[in-house]
Design a protein around this ligand. Structure first.
Ligand code: ZN
Length: 192
């Protein structure tokens, strides 16, 4: 599983409901949690790794890891909260997003068991962020046009920097291998 980044059209597509929660979803959930843990995130949705199904995992500090399949929002509080959000698909960029302060959500777990959860604070925030992913929505869709264009600009700049760093690494590897060849012309070639 590899994380997809802003600009990838897959992130903009709507994920499909899972019709039968078979035993393979235990494995899928574990893999999603593994990636989430490796990336030190708090939530990860199927579409972020190219899995176009309505599944996501959340793991906020002080809480157990949670798996949501085919979630639906039953209730949202009228009270809203502004909170700084980020996204593994838009690394290192953050913005304040206004969302309901508390929610009630029904979903199924990886064993196919239905559950309802009432959440507030960070947990509610992350669940809503992940449900957005299932709809092809990103947190930058919920901020002002101005702030959104700033984030996109910074993201593209960072991406361009990464490309440059990568081509530099390739060049320096090539230079090194040339060097190795000139220094020891008689050494056997092992890599070809
Ligand atoms: Zn996200």
């Amino acid at each position: 599983m590899e994380i997809l980044y802003l600009g990838n059209e897959i992130l903009r597509q709507k994920a499909k409901p899972i019709e039968k929660i078979g035993p393979e979803y235990k494995q899928i959930a574990q893999e999603l949690l593994k990636v989430l843990n490796e990336e030190k995130g708090v939530g990860l949705a199927g579409p972020q790794v190219g899995l176009m199904e309505r599944i996501f995992v959340v793991h906020v500090s002080g809480d157990e890891p949670r798996i949501f399949i085919n979630p639906s929002i039953i209730e949202t509080s009228l009270e809203t909260l502004k909170y700084e959000e980020g996204c593994l698909s838009i690394p290192n960029l953050y913005a304040d997003v206004i969302r309901p302060a508390a929610i009630k959500v029904q979903a199924w777990n990886e064993a196919g068991k239905s559950f309802t959860i009432e959440a507030s604070g960070l947990l509610a925030r992350v669940i809503l962020h992940e449900i957005d992913h299932l709809e092809g929505k990103l947190f930058i869709d919920r901020i002002s046009e101005f702030k959104r264009s700033k984030i996109i600009e910074k993201f593209e700049k960072a991406e361009a920097g990464k490309d440059k760093a990568e081509s530099k690494r390739v060049k320096s590897r090539r230079a090194k291998s040339r060097l190795a060849q000139t220094e020891s012309p008689e050494s056997p070639k092992e890599e070809s």
